[in-house]
Ligand binder design. Structure first.
Ligand code: GDP
Ligand code: GDP
Length: 436
């Protein structure tokens, strides 16, 4: 079964991002007393009683300086388009306002399941405030408090009660799922079309598997792939779809379902800040990554241009030093044939498993060459290492004191592991645990 998408809708300053942070546990977002503070995260994945769900804070998508009612309409539309269940949030201390009624009307007509949450009900005595909210017509209101974290369990129970059973298609694990992310106009849709238009690619069918993703399965040289569609690739023309935050959210959704993420850059225009933000999402998600420099046909070049561009990429994307770079042109299809083999290679390294004995040989050699650091007279001692996960490969080091594994030594060990095994294109995680 697929993961339900839940959206929070409500007026500014009623506590949407506070609740979002409580549920997702993401301290990155900024909560401020000012209404309409910028939020870093509007989309995240939460878990309640072992069931996962995606949560969208629609308040984080602001469309220009529109008046309140227009903003509210955009938020409601976004929630109706994207979510399976909508949490309609109101402020228990302020009662029902005209903007609440406007939103209620839109949501009412949507046929989506709605859960009415009354926030800022910080204590039991305040529960008397609840009665007026029955008049909104969404049944029992759920009292919650973002500040004190009250009522969230009951709220989420109700959300799951109303969540439809989604039958999102699950692919066989040999199938490589990949997505193309990048700022607008770098050529994501052109590249998708040229990959699919290439000879020797057999497109099975364009499957509209779910409402929010268009997956395109195809086979090439006996390997099955699926392209996961992202926002920029289907321009539907809703107002909020032109906002950067919305495209970031859609990119996050696509990244989540991918094994491999292609970070597409525009070779003609070069690298800008937005490219780094987009690439950061894929890195944080721990996916295999290929950097694709598109529009290479439009670049005036000599025999050093490619090398220079690669150096520039390495400087700008320090955190992606493991990602291979492919230069190509979606327009002319030049060098396009180099792409799928690289995607296949990084999908394999992303799933690579190293046996404990071979891994420990590498760690022992690494420590012999460069002794472990000391801190306040204590030396880091690594008892043994083992790989605990794939996608991305994750290694646990059992040590005397995890605090002693400093960043630079961890980095050194990562490099030694990369020298010993091919982990091209995949991040690797190293975690220290106290040995008992
Ligand atoms: P948003 O604009 O709807 O996302 O609202 P915020 O999450 O930014 O919260 C707006 C203000 O309400 C902040 O000052 C919060 O600290 C405060 N707030 C949020 N939840 C509660 C609550 O449950 N009780 C009280 N008393 N204040 C809250
Ligand atoms: P998206 O917004 O990332 O999906 O970008 P599009 O695929 O819509 O492409 C944006 C523009 O770049 C269009 O005008 C394309 O024709 C152009 N474009 C895409 N790929 C190439 C390429 O390889 N070379 C050149 N010269 N132009 C390209």
């Amino acid at each position: 079964m697929g993961i339900p998408v839940v959206a929070i809708v409500g007026r500014p300053n009623i506590g949407k991002s506070t609740i979002f942070n409580r549920i997702i546990g993401d301290r990155v977002s900024i909560v401020d007393d000012k209404p309409g503070v910028t939020r870093d995260r509007i989309y995240g994945t939460g878990e309640w009683l072992n069931r996962k769900f995606h949560l969208i804070d629609t308040g984080g998508i602001e469309v220009g300086d529109e008046p309140l009612l227009v903003q509210m309409r955009h938020q409601a539309e976004l929630a109706i388009d994207e979510a399976d269940v909508i949490i309609f949030m109101v402020n228990g201390r302020e009662g029902i306002t005209a903007a609440d009624e406007e939103v209620a009307n839109l949501l009412f007509r949507s046929n989506k399941p709605i859960v009415l949450a009354v926030n800022k009900v910080d204590n039991f005595e305040m529960r008397d405030l609840m009665y007026e909210f029955y008049s909104l017509g969404f049944g029992d209101p759920f009292p919650i408090s973002g500040t004190h974290g009250l009522g969230l369990g009951d709220l989420l129970d109700q959300v799951f009660e109303l969540a439809p059973e989604k039958d999102e298609y699950e692919y066989n694990e040999d199938v490589i799922q990949f997505s193309l992310i990048g700022r607008p106009n770098v050529g994501k849709s052109s590249l998708t079309n040229s990959i699919l238009g290439e000879e020797r690619v057999i497109v099975s069918n364009i499957a509209g598997t779910t409402r929010d993703a268009i997956d395109t399965p195809f086979t090439r040289d006996g390997q099955e792939y699926v392209i996961i569609d992202t926002a920029g690739m289907r321009k539907r023309g809703k107002v909020y779809e032109s906002t950067e935050r919305y495209s970031v959210m859609r990119a996050q959704k696509a990244i989540e379902r991918s094994n491999v993420v292609l970070v597409v850059l525009d070779g003609e225009e070069g690298i800008i800040e937005q490219d780094k933000r987009v690439a950061g999402l894929a890195h944080e998600a721990g996916k295999a990554i290929v950097i694709v420099v598109n529009k290479w046909d439009a670049v005036e070049k000599d025999d050093k241009t490619m090398k220079k561009m690669e150096e520039k990429i390495r400087q700008e994307f320090l955190f992606l030093d493991y990602a291979p770079v492919v230069f190509l042109s979606a327009l002319t299809s030049k060098r396009l044939q180099t792409l799928l083999p690289v995607i296949k290679q990084v999908a394999e390294t992303h799933r690579r498993r190293i046996s404990t004995s071979v891994l420990n040989d590498v760690i022992v050699d690494a420590v012999a060459m460069n002794p472990t650091p000391t801190d306040k007279g204590q030396r880091l001692k690594i008892n043994y290492a083992t790989q605990v996960a794939i996608e991305p490969p994750t290694f646990v080091l059992f040590v005397n004191d995890p605090e002693l594994l400093h960043f630079s030594y961890k980095r050194y060990l990562e490099n030694q592991i990369r020298k010993a095994f091919d982990f091209t294109g995949t991040p690797i995680h190293i975690v220290a645990r106290q040995k008992n």
